[in-house]
Ligand binder design. Structure first.
Ligand code: 1HN
Length: 320
């Protein structure tokens, strides 16, 4: 037995003597810090933040000279929320990364329990992801899903580097611990050409048509939002928001974490006390319960990744 006996503990004369005895048996006095575990409303530790695509592109182009896909399973840049002690997560449940693959390269296939998706930023015909043996094309504005345990590898048969954003629920898998990861036997999974459509691919041309149709039905509204999937993944819901010129959205806050990426145009987002002026390819995070709104004078399209499905399933979703 480590620490004091039942009798020793029972005879302790003062609190000052009790605390070290508790520490020795890995117990703590719950009466000292009631506010350390419960507080009146979400006090998110994550910060509103903005990452710029032009800077990511510069760094990825350098990495393109400095590391190859044989060395790096993925040539990507993790968007780390700038809070003390964090060197991974973008928001509490979500990690976002910029990734680049050079002409002629292959990023070997693997599968993992975290759910993932990509938003393509710049790519020419010939860039692709093979998901469970099917070759999904990657063109700007396309969104590709690689759900829990699906094989995925990336390739580029075009003559230009391809850039995209990855979104994954890795931090929630870290918290709950059901992590499994497996490299593909034989490095790169071959893929058959996609015939027709796939539930794992939302092509920009289809998304754009849906946005046009939605706008037609909502005269005078400054923003239209369409869902991609319902939800696209078990943990993450995806949507595209079109801000019409001079749009200003109503401020909202929700217990869900929201990450926004600009697909086209320019604008700004206020998150709490912060204000971020963004352009194509940039990423802004609005952590849980931070009130936020978007503005665009010239019009823009924003991609939204939200962990609302997690909050809803667990009964924690609130919005105002
Ligand atoms: C991952 O597997 C990919 O497969 C991209 O392309 C980004 C970030 C964190 C963990 C795994 C990919 C990732 C990732």
């Amino acid at each position: 037995m480590t620490g004091s006996t039942q009798g020793d503990l029972a005879k302790t004369a003062t609190l000052d003597e009790l605390y070290p005895k508790l520490a020795a048996i890995e117990m703590g006095a719950g009466w000292n810090k009631p506010t350390a575990s419960l507080w009146p409303s979400p006090g998110s530790t994550f910060r509103p933040f903005h990452w710029r695509y032009d800077q990511a592109k510069g760094a990825l182009d350098a990495a393109g000279r400095l590391i190859d896909t044989a060395l790096a399973e993925r040539r990507n840049l993790i968007l780390m929320n700038p809070i003390a002690g964090n060197n991974y997560a973008t928001a509490a449940t979500t990690v976002v990364a910029y990734q680049m693959i050079m002409p002629g390269e292959q990023a070997r296939s693997h599968r993992h329990t975290p759910n993932a998706l990509r938003l393509v930023l710049d790519a020419k015909p010939g860039a692709f992801t093979v998901v469970d043996g099917v070759k999904l094309p990657m063109l700007p504005g396309d969104v590709l899903l690689t759900p829990n345990w699906s094989w995925h590898g990336h390739g580029n048969e075009s003559d230009a580097p391809a850039y995209w954003l990855d979104f994954l629920d890795v931090p929630i898998v870290h918290l709950l611990n059901p992590m499994f990861f497996e490299p593909y036997p034989g490095d790169f999974e071959p893929g058959t050409e996609l015939a027709g459509t796939s539930p794992l691919l939302f092509r920009w041309e289809d998304t754009e048509r849906r946005l046009d149709d939605a706008a037609g039905g909502q005269n005078g509204a400054h923003a239209v939002e369409i869902k991609l999937g319902d939800p696209a993944l078990d943990t993450l819901a995806l949507s595209m928001i079109r801000l019409t010129p001079d749009a200003e959205t109503t401020p909202v806050r929700t217990t869900a974490n929201n990450v926004y990426a600009c697909v086209s145009g320019e604008g700004e987002t206020e998150v709490g006390d912060a204000r971020f002026a963004w352009r194509r390819g940039d990423v802004v995070v609005a952590p849980a319960w931070e009130r936020h709104r978007h503005r665009s004078s010239g019009g823009a399209v924003l991609f939204r990744v939200s962990d609302a499905p997690i909050m809803t399933k667990l009964g924690f979703f609130r919005s105002e």
